[in-house]
Design a protein around this ligand. Sequence first.
Ligand code: AMP
Ligand code: GLY
Length: 431
Amino acid sequence: MKILLVGSGGREHALAWAIAKSPNCTKLYCAPGNAGIANDAELVDIGAEDVEALVGFAKENKIDFVVVGPEAPLVAGLVDALEKENIPAFGPKANAAILEGSKGFMKDLCAKCDIPTARYKRFNNLEKATEFIHELGAPIVIKADGLAAGKGVIIAETVDEAIEATKEMLSGSAFGLAGSEIVIEEFMDGEELSYFAISDGENFIPFTSAQDHKRAFDGDEGPNTGGMGAYSPAHFMSDDLEQKIIETIIKPTVKGMEAEGCPFAGVLYAGLMIVDGVPKLIEYNVRFGDPECQPMLMRLKSDIVELLYASATKSFNELAPLEWDQDATLCVVMAANGYPGSYEKGTPIKGTDELNSLADVKLFHAGTLTDNSGALINTGGRVLNIVGKASTIEGAQAKAYEGVSKIDWPDGFCRSDIGWRAVKADKEKAA
Ligand code: AMP
Ligand code: GLY
């Protein structure tokens, strides 16, 4: 198959690497890609959100299958537009991508289908919102309804802070239109887990779990980011917990979306809070997590193209059970100094060849570009993803940081404690 991959982050580099390995892929294009993806795919100079140009390219180049990485083109209807041209694509149509595109929609689905989640209400009016804030008390969570690049969530420690955040969102000054409607919900205290399942609209295949590190600095301090590192599987995942997640969250979601007339095909990424052993849904994303995808795909032994194509063409029955490497994998993100705030672009990065010569370490690029002189420079905030693999999380952590030590990039930083909860738990178990 000739395959077109859409996106340019670390997630897409991991997807490109996995797709390029597949015997089902004869040619891989990536739009727009990055300097690392260029090793696995031919780059196409079309933005990930330019639906018309992407469809045009797919038609002209007789693309057999399109894999969409990020959420924005899904919400914008890329899969719908490709379907009109009879080009199968992995990812939900716009009416199902709303599961991520509107937090209010997702919460209403939970209410209808009895999916455990934080108690909530939707508002577009400050007075009513303020009443509910007083009723729930702090800590309390205020969320912009629409997509806000992962930044539309405020955890308010006090009622006053919550009212202030509500004012800012509703006035449009915080997140523009995305915040003109908000969800206010109860704060849940527990351990976070990302769980993934691949659906074809009617049925689904459990994928695997990961744990992300959203704060910028060590010890889970500092501002929220897109994710500074992740490992897979999550250390406290068990068969029992996985069954609970599947039965109480994934299954009713797939059935519920079908009943709503917007069947969900693609990857369901459930952001969960495990509260006293009970999984509760924080949010849905409609694409692979970034950076969670990178360590997960390092563990996947099955052919990813077969899996994604089966989701797009409703042919799960022809698929062999997924096979996983029994090793753990851990990904450290290197970001530009200043991220998630403002940072410099165009700073030179060296040491990738030294990193690539290591065994059980893999580099996935995110915001990188090869400049005219052939030097590698950063073009984004999150820039490199270094994944290590070993029989234990601690071993995978050591491997990943061995990779990091090879990188010579004075303008970048990373956390030094990715996987700390899992390593600590393993040590306590051993003691
Ligand atoms: P989201 O963008 O919905 O993933 O939210 C970002 C982060 O905010 C999540 O990863 C959680 O750490 C936190 N969060 C969101 N909603 C809640 C909640 N109801 N209770 C506790 N933490 C939450
Ligand atoms: N790592 C969080 C996300 O992909 O949304």
